[in-house]
Design a protein around this ligand. Sequence first.
Ligand SMILES: Nc1c(NC[C@H](O)[C@H](O)[C@H](O)CO)[nH]c(=O)[nH]c1=O
Ligand SMILES: CC(=O)[C@@H](O)COP(=O)(O)O
Length: 159
Amino acid sequence: MKEINVLEGKVVAKKGMKAAIVAARFNEIIVNKLLGGAVDGLVRHGVEEENITAAWVPGAFEIPLVAERLAKSGKYDAVICVGAVIRGDTSHYDYVCNEVSKGIATVGLQTGVPVLFGVVTTENIEQAIARAGSKAGNKGYDCALSAIEMVNLLNQIDA
Ligand SMILES: Nc1c(NC[C@H](O)[C@H](O)[C@H](O)CO)[nH]c(=O)[nH]c1=O
Ligand SMILES: CC(=O)[C@@H](O)COP(=O)(O)O
């Protein structure tokens, strides 16, 4: 059988790649770890620190609007969104999670800019800690690598 054509983005940043990170301040102790993981992942895979911009928002619910503004600015190759939504005593958690995930996905589809979902949505603080640089890894770091891969993949498709 003939070899098929495969498109796959390498996890090595193109020269001059610019990344924006939207960070939600709610549960800041967790989000700082996610932000640090995202920066670490970007730098370790070739993005220059001067080409990384972080924007703080009050909470995860505000992420999509700022992600959209950054994506539409044309200044960034990818937008990484980090936050920590931890269930409380009411249904507020569900509304926040639903709108944040839907909003972030919509920004990517509407702008064509890779927008990565690095918001941890957990039942308790222990689960959030585990996903912010301990036994379950760091969602911010994971999103950084996915951002680089997506930028390279889309460039391949457009070439
Ligand atoms: N409970 C959490 C929130 N709630 C705040 C909202 O995200 C939003 O800022 C507020 O409703 C005003 O619009 N945000 C988180 O990021 N994490 C939470 O656990
Ligand atoms: C995810 C939330 O919005 C949550 O922390 C709010 O807590 P509560 O449901 O107890 O008001």
